[in-house]
Design a protein around this ligand. Structure first.
Ligand SMILES: CC(=O)[C@](C)(O)C(=O)O
Length: 264
């Protein structure tokens, strides 16, 4: 018995609809929640600044993220699939596809949870409020916070020349930018304490203004009221250098004291 073509079409549509509805009621993270990382923070701390993949490759793995560029030339902010390089002049430049990346963390952002944060007077208070409501301190998360912020203190670092200095020495020449009552987007990641050495344990946040013209690596900030959009990223993929300074760098050291000087 040959079914009329419209019967077949109807069955296919019904099947696809059933799959879509089933997916909507699935708990937990969305599909493809992969955190994609280039190199490690402890390698960066020890001057591994030569890029290993071009930004054209990196952006295939995420539409939101943070990082830096070849020679430690500025701060990366990726949001809505647009990648920006905030240089030490404080200006956000579009990232060219051939720019090489030594360190970055990106993902395709899917909101799994929205957390209202109120009256966080500084980064430490923000951390305390978030730590109290995170689903678990054992998971990796991506964050996005759009809004107006009473205060943001951010930095960028100038391009370094070889022989490269340690990150803790490079940031001694950082440019610091202070924003007051500024509207924009904070993007970043939470790394569990067991991930130290791989990325910044706790919160690593970058900022870009609403007009996408300025920003940097967040050293301090405050929130009156904002929705923190959170993406649970249970899968982790890391791209490591197979040559250059990474091969011989000592990654057994405990650098948490140096990291505290660099990150905040
Ligand atoms: C260079 C910089 O500020 C980074 C990559 O965001 C960091 O070191 O955390």
């Amino acid at each position: 018995m040959k079914l009329p073509w419209y019967y077949v079409i109807a069955v296919i549509i019904l099947f696809l609809a059933a799959v879509a509805v089933f997916d909507l009621f699935q708990d937990g993270p969305g599909e493809g929640d992969v955190l994609y990382q280039v190199s490690t923070i402890d390698a960066l701390m020890q001057s591994v600044y030569d890029g290993i993949i071009p930004n054209e490759e990196l952006k295939k793995h995420g539409d939101i993220g943070i990082g830096t560029f070849n020679g430690l030339d500025g701060e990366m902010v990726a949001v809505d699939g647009n990648y920006y390089q905030i240089k030490s002049d404080g200006v956000a430049y579009p990232v060219k596809d051939d720019m090489m990346i030594p360190f970055a963390t990106v993902t395709f952002f899917e909101i799994d949870k929205t957390i209202l944060v109120e009256d966080a007077g500084n980064f430490t208070e923000f951390t305390g409020k978030m730590d109290a409501v995170l689903p678990s301190s054992n998971l990796f998360y991506a964050f996005r916070i759009d809004g107006q912020f009473p205060y943001i203190k951010a930095r960028s670092v100038p391009k370094q020349e070889k022989p490269y200095p340690l990150l803790v020495d490079a940031v001694a020449n950082q440019s610091v930018f202070e924003f007051h009552n500024v509207t924009g987007t904070i993007v970043g990641f939470y790394t569990p304490q067991y991930g130290k050495g791989i990325n910044v344990p706790g919160y690593h946040l970058h900022f870009i203004t609403d007009d996408r013209k300025a920003g940097g690596h967040i050293l301090d900030f405050s929130i009156d009221e904002a929705d923190v959009k959170l993406d649970i990223t249970p899968e982790f993929y890391m791209e490591l250098p197979t040559d250059g300074d990474f091969i011989g760098v000592d990654l057994t050291k405990d650098l948490h004291k140096e990291l505290e000087k660099v990150e905040k």
